[in-house]
Write a protein that binds this ligand. Sequence first.
Ligand SMILES: Nc1ncnc2c1ncn2[C@@H]1O[C@H](COP(=O)(O)OP(=O)(O)OP(=O)(O)O)[C@@H](O)[C@H]1O
Ligand SMILES: Cc1ncc(C[n+]2csc(CCO)c2C)c(N)n1
Length: 263
Amino acid sequence: MAPTPAMSHSSAFLLPSSSSSSMAPAGSAYVLVVLNQRLPRFAPLLWDRAQVRVCADGGANRLFDDMPELLPGQDPDEVRARYKPDVIKGDMDSIRQEVKEYYSNLGTKIVDESHDQDTTDLHKCVAFVTENSPIPDKSNLCILALGALGGRFDHEMGNINVLHLFPNNRIILLSDDCLIFLLPRAHIHSIHIEQSIEGPHCGLIPIGVPSTSTTTTGLQWNLGNTSMSFGGLISTSNIVKEEDVTVISDTDLIWTISLRQHS
Ligand SMILES: Nc1ncnc2c1ncn2[C@@H]1O[C@H](COP(=O)(O)OP(=O)(O)OP(=O)(O)O)[C@@H](O)[C@H]1O
Ligand SMILES: Cc1ncc(C[n+]2csc(CCO)c2C)c(N)n1
């Protein structure tokens, strides 16, 4: 039998610049996707670490309005000119005209897909990144979606669906309060916990299909060859207990962990 492939995960991209281990994990190429919710406090930090920056439709309004507020004491016009997205993509029903013109005049590529009313703006942006982004080695790509959680429930579910639509891409959904990513089935997942910025609350959730066998280490309530399903057991309000958590499961699972508020 072929050995189970290993996959490691880390939130080191959220470590402050002063931290000794704050650099992106070796080789990761970050792409930022700004969604249409208030920018999280760490947006400027992740912007600087990203190689490509994309706004999903109304996300461009948030960049325009919120970035100067996150950087008080700096000239708002200079901030706006400095934080110029590479691409704005979506069905363009939420971006304000003045914002579209402003970034278009700065050279941002505008991709209007108003004809497609069957896929979300996040879906459109992830498709753009995986198909067209200038990053040469797509295997190192990690897409950080800002403002993906904590808002309208239909949007949150649409965002989680994007994780399942692109199971072979690393996509992390972020808000000020927590992050979420997919653990594709049949890998041994090793999740390094950055204790200064995340935890202790976490969850492992089988969205879509029940798991018949999930095994974990490093949690207060570990699973041992346990099945999970909606209507049965799902792991919420769990607690990380070790620096590394391992998960193996026969179906895709969602991993979520709380973000510390002082970070
Ligand atoms: N309240 C929210 N909660 C979570 N994600 C959101 C929320 N609002 C927007 N998003 C994300 O930002 C993307 C762009 O948002 P935008 O408001 O431009 O979309 P939209 O298609 O115009 O929404 P709708 O027409 O349903 O209001 C969405 O595709 C979604 O991924
Ligand atoms: C069954 C079904 N439900 C909802 C929509 C609407 N919808 C889904 S994604 C999207 C674009 C949002 O920018 C819109 C309008 C649909 N097409 N099909």
